[in-house]
Design a protein around this ligand. Structure first.
Ligand code: BJW
Ligand code: ZN
Length: 244
C-alpha cells in the first residue's frame, strides 16, 4: 500500500480523467455529522424509521421533522478545505467528475461544477404523486409541505434505503468511472451500495485508486494508495501546483 502523497499528487497532475467519490466524512470538518460511528446520526436515530419510503408513508411528520432539523444545521455550515481542494483539483484536471453521496450541497458552494449527487439533495423537494420537483432553501418549511401542482405531500429529494438511485445520474457515474484513470474515495465508510461498488468498477478499468479516511474501511486494503487522516488536512496536499 502506497502512502506517498507526492507520488499521487504527480499522478493527479498528469491524469486526464479523474473521478472522486465523496461521503459524509468530507463535510465532517464543516460540522455536518456523519451517519455511522459513535458520533454518527444512526447512533441515536434508526434509519429504518427515518430514511425509507415506508417510514415516510407511516409517519411523514416524524421524517420531515428529522429533515427540517438537518436542513437547519446544514444552512449554518460552510465548505471546509477538503471541499475547496476538490474544487481546485477540478480546475486543473482536463476531465473531472465529483460523485458525491452527500446531500448538503457544500461541494457546489466551494465551487465544484461537475457534481453528480447520487443520493439527491436536501435542498430539493419532490412530489411522489405527480413527480414535480422544486428547489427550496427556506429555513421555515411548513411541517408537511404540499405540492403547488397537485396538492400532494412533498418529500425530501434524497434517496432512501430500498430506493433506486436516479437512473440518469447513476448511469452517468458508471460511465465516467468506466473512463477514469484515477479514482479517489474520500470520507466514506464504503458500506452503502451501489455507491461503494464504484471503487471496484474503477479498479476493473485499471484506474489508480486512492482513499482518504481517518479510519480503515473494507476497501482500504484493495486501494493503490491509502492516506489515514482528515480530508480537510490531507486533500490540500494532494492538489498539484497549477503550473507545475
Ligand atoms: C472522515 C472524516 C474526515 C469521518 N475526513 N473522512 C438491507 C435492507 C435494506 C437495504 C439494503 C439491505 N442490504 C443492502 C441494502 C441496499 C442498501 C445498502 O447498501 N445498505 C447497506 C447499509 C447494507 N442500499 C440502498 O438501499 C440503495 N438503493 C438500492 O440499493 O436500490 C436498489 C433498488 C433497485 C431497484 C428498485 C428498488 C431498489 C440506496 C441507498 C441510499 C442511502 N441513503 C442515505 C440517506 C440519504 C439521505 C439523507 O442524507 O438523509 O445516504 S443513508 C447514508 O449512507 C447517506 C449516505 O450518503 C450513505 C453513505 O454514508 P457515508 O457517506 O459513507 O457516511 P458514513 O457515516 O457511513 O461514513 C463516514 C466516513 O467518513 C467514515 O468512514 C469516517 O471514518 C470518515 N470520516 N471524519 C475524512 N474529517
Ligand atoms: Zn404534485
Amino acid at each position: 500500500m502506497n502512502k506517498d502523497m507526492e507520488s499521487l499528487r504527480n499522478i493527479l497532475g498528469k491524469a486526464r480523467r479523474i473521478c472522486v467519490l465523496t461521503g459524509a466524512g468530507v463535510s465532517a470538518e464543516s460540522g455536518v455529522p456523519t451517519f455511522r460511528g459513535d458520533a454518527g446520526i444512526w447512533k441515536n436515530h434508526n434509519p429504518m424509521d427515518l430514511a425509507t419510503p415506508q417510514a415516510f408513508d407511516r409517519d411523514p411528520e416524524l421524517v420531515w421533522e428529522f429533515y427540517a432539523w438537518r436542513r437547519m444545521r446544514m444552512r449554518e455550515v460552510a465548505p471546509n478545505p477538503a471541499h475547496f481542494a476538490l474544487a481546485a483539483l477540478e480546475r486543473i484536471a482536463p476531465h473531472f467528475t465529483l460523485i458525491t453521496q452527500n446531500v448538503d450541497g457544500l461541494h457546489q458552494s466551494a465551487g465544484s461544477e461537475n457534481v453528480l449527487e447520487i443520493h439527491g439533495s436536501i435542498w430539493t423537494l419532490r412530489c411522489p404523486h405527480c413527480g414535480a420537483e422544486e428547489e427550496n432553501r427556506e429555513p421555515d418549511l411548513p411541517p408537511l409541505p404540499r405540492c403547488a401542482d397537485c396538492g400532494g405531500l412533498l418529500r425530501p429529494g434524497v434517496v432512501w434505503f430500498g430506493e433506486p438511485l436516479d437512473a440518469r445520474v447513476w448511469d452517468r457515474a458508471v460511465t465516467v468511472i468506466s473512463e477514469c484513470e484515477v479514482f479517489l474515495s474520500v470520507g466514506t465508510s464504503a458500506l452503502v451500495q451501489p455507491a461503494a461498488s464504484l471503487a471496484l468498477a474503477a479498479q476493473n478499468v485499471g484506474a489508480v485508486t486512492a482513499e482518504v479516511n481517518p479510519e480503515p474501511t473494507e476497501q482500504t486494503e484493495a486501494m493503490d494508495y491509502a492516506f489515514t487522516g482528515k480530508a480537510g488536512i490531507l486533500l490540500p496536499g494532494l492538489v498539484p501546483e497549477q503550473n507545475a
